[in-house]
Design a protein around this ligand. Structure first.
Ligand SMILES: C[S@@+](CC[C@H](N)C(=O)[O-])C[C@H]1O[C@@H](n2cnc3c(N)ncnc32)[C@H](O)[C@@H]1O
Length: 312
């Protein structure tokens, strides 16, 4: 498998099937791993969101998320079907990465503005849109401070994007603000008990997130979505769906994510060799808990919430 040379392959060292017990580690590299408890952090302990965001930006900019993003395409297509946009609708894709939801809505003749705070990922999205001759506008933007006027869009969407912002109230408020009255807000968010929710918990045991930051997986819970959106919503529907992570083997998945998926990559880089092997074994054990493949390959269903909100 392709390798960028920055991280030494661990598979040979990992020594399956021995799984080490997690031990405490004080490093807080990515701020993307999951707090131990899945509940909101206390309001009083407001963390330094700017510093956290800059570390997160570095994490998403590292590796090559675009290689992961293309595998998730079906979730963008399904969200677009769920929103059922009229051709010509204006759609804002927030934290769009390399264009998962962006392309799905553009393929349905929507006027899409694709935004992310990692310019290199937007560039990948631009190339994908060009290859399909789709007209899409691209703009670098922070999901917590969107550079658009109130009520600018018929729909505001995010697939597994806005859920990773540290100031969750702010990014939810920005989605509401930029959507017009009667318009739709659509999201796909991993649930706390999902494979990806569990993966972030696994990372968080060895590279804890900074104090005061809520779990991203709160965005996959009905209580949180209602708390953030119900005051401004005519209607909220939330459907639990499943995305299958299909890889050649569990080892292939770990190597792929360790090299290309920024948060996993940064977690490995924050650890010494022994701890890297232990993390590798932890992730392997997490995969085995979910894997339904019986032929040595990996088919891991990961639950997510597909959310459609009609703005009041
Ligand atoms: C898991 S990826 C999802 C990308 C894409 N929506 C998809 O479905 O493939 C998370 C994305 O959120 C972006 N992101 C995280 N925090 C952000 C913020 N505060 N502002 C803008 N983008 C952000 C990252 O750069 C990354 O592209």
């Amino acid at each position: 498998m392709p390798h960028d040379g920055l991280i030494e392959p661990l598979r040979i060292l990992a020594g399956f099937p021995t799984y080490s017990k997690p031990k405490e580690n004080k490093m807080t590299m990515t701020a993307l791993s999951e707090p131990a408890a899945g509940s909101p952090a206390p309001e009083s302990a407001e963390p330094d969101f700017t510093a956290i965001k800059s570390k997160q930006n570095a994490a998403w900019s590292s590796g090559d998320y675009a290689k992961v993003g293309v595998t998730l395409q079906i979730t963008g297509e399904e969200l677009a079907e769920a929103l059922n946009p009229a051709p010509g609708s204006s759609v804002l894709d927030v934290a769009a990465g390399n264009g998962n939801a962006t392309l799905a809505f553009a393929r349905r003749w929507c006027d899409v503005t694709s935004t992310d705070y990692v310019e290199a990922l937007l560039e990948c999205g631009r190339r994908r849109a060009e290859a399909e001759r789709l007209d899409v506008a691209f703009r670098t933007a922070d999901a917590e401070d969107l550079p658009f006027r109130d009520a600018s869009f018929d729909a505001v969407v995010s697939t597994f994007g806005v859920m990773f912002t540290p100031n969750q109230r702010k990014s939810a408020a920005e989605m509401i603000r930029t959507c017009r009255s009667g318009g739709k807000i659509g999201m796909a968010n991993w649930t706390p008990e999902s494979f990806i929710g569990s993966l972030f918990k696994t990372l968080g045991k060895r590279v804890p997130p900074p104090a005061g930051v809520n779990s991203p997986a709160l965005w996959g819970t009905q209580a949180w979505i209602e708390e953030q959106f119900s005051a401004e919503a005519q209607d909220i529907t939330m459907k639990l769906k499943s995305f299958n992570f299909r890889y050649r083997s569990p080892e292939h998945f770990i190597e792929f994510f360790r090299v290309f998926y920024g948060p996993v990559r940064k977690a490995f880089m924050a650890l010494d060799k022994g701890e890297q092997i232990a993390l590798y074994n932890d992730i392997h054990a997490t995969i085995q808990r979910f894997n339904v493949a019986t032929d040595g390959t990996m088919i891991v269903p990961s639950e997510y919430a597909e959310i459609v909100i009609t703005k009041r």
